[in-house]
Ligand binder design. Structure first.
Ligand SMILES: NC(=O)c1ccc[n+]([C@@H]2O[C@H](COP(=O)([O-])OP(=O)(O)OC[C@H]3O[C@@H](n4cnc5c(N)ncnc54)[C@H](O)[C@@H]3O)[C@@H](O)[C@H]2O)c1
Length: 252
């Protein structure tokens, strides 16, 4: 029970990597609070995490962050962990750069990068008071290289999360707060990745798997395992780092 007594916030907890991370944290003793924008997802997760622990919330809304952190603090008195997981391509597909609309660019930046900033800003004061905390931002292999989706804003936002991680690690380190980042490879964890996978066709699928040194795609559990390591005391002297969890796709 490595996380016994720890109070954790996880965003995008409705399914996929966020749900698996919440499940693992809970199994290891943490008191987990989750947020997701979709009401039906929230309803399903409530059954698992418990009433009052899952909030329907848009992570791109700064006021919602203020409410959520205040509510958890009122109930628990502290916040030890934040996992900024909610994100993705917001239903978008690739368009040539000259055809990308302002709103499309902004939407992807907001959910992946700006929301991570809002989250860190909300939990920094209690973590500073406690003189400790651990934050993990879920970036992507796209943020270290390019995106399979070809979506310019996604690559930019995920790279931006890495910069945010480093700057926050530098600023918050003196308070005992660690900030790290995970860069997953391709995980078939949601309708968008399923669509991408189907769109590749059999030949493309074979080529993708063959391009991974470990010769398989990732599972949500692979990603959650790395997140939990970075959140745990086993990573007590690790901050500002990016951990690729991708079967060796990014080798540098
Ligand atoms: N699956 C992959 O291959 C992969 C690879 C690299 C990085 N990632 C990143 O991992 C994270 C999780 O991905 P996933 O595959 O589990 O995605 P997912 O779509 O399965 O889960 C994301 C969750 O976030 C929620 N969400 C989306 N927008 C939100 C908002 N504005 N406010 C609150 N909740 C919101 C969704 O409802 C969903 O439940 C994302 O940041 C994604 O970019 C995923």
């Amino acid at each position: 029970m490595e996380f016994e007594g720890k109070i954790a916030l996880v965003t995008g907890v409705g399914h996929g990597l966020g749900l698996e991370t919440a499940r693992q944290l809970r199994a290891m003793g943490a008191s987990v609070y989750g947020a997701d924008v979709h009401a039906d997802e929230v309803a399903e997760v409530v059954a698992e995490l418990g009433a009052g622990r899952v909030r329907q919330m848009d992570v791109t809304d700064p006021a919602a962050w203020a409410d959520w952190s205040a509510e958890v603090l009122a109930r628990e008195g502290r916040i030890d962990i934040l996992v900024n997981n909610a994100g993705g391509v917001v239903g978008q597909v690739h368009h040539p750069v000259e055809e990308v609309a302002d709103g499309a660019w902004d939407a992807v930046l907001r959910v992946n990068l700006t929301a991570a900033f809002y989250g860190i800003r909300a939990v920094a004061p209690p973590m500073k008071r406690q003189r400790g905390g651990a934050i993990v931002n879920i970036s992507s292999g796209a943020g270290r290289s390019v995106s399979l989706t070809g979506i310019q804003a996604y690559t930019s936002a995920k790279a931006g999360q890495i910069g945010l991680t480093r700057q926050m690690a530098y600023e918050l380190g003196p308070y005992g707060i660690r900030v790290n980042c995970v860069a997953p490879g391709f995980v078939r964890s949601n309708p968008t990745t399923e669509k991408q996978w189907e769109g590749m066709g059999e030949q493309g699928q074979r080529e993708l798997v063959a391009s991974v040194p470990m010769r398989r795609l990732g599972y949500a559990q692979d990603i959650a395992d790395g997140v939990l390591f970075l959140l745990s005391d086993r990573a007590a002297y690790i901050t500002g780092q990016v951990l690729s969890i991708d079967g060796g796709m990014q080798l540098f």
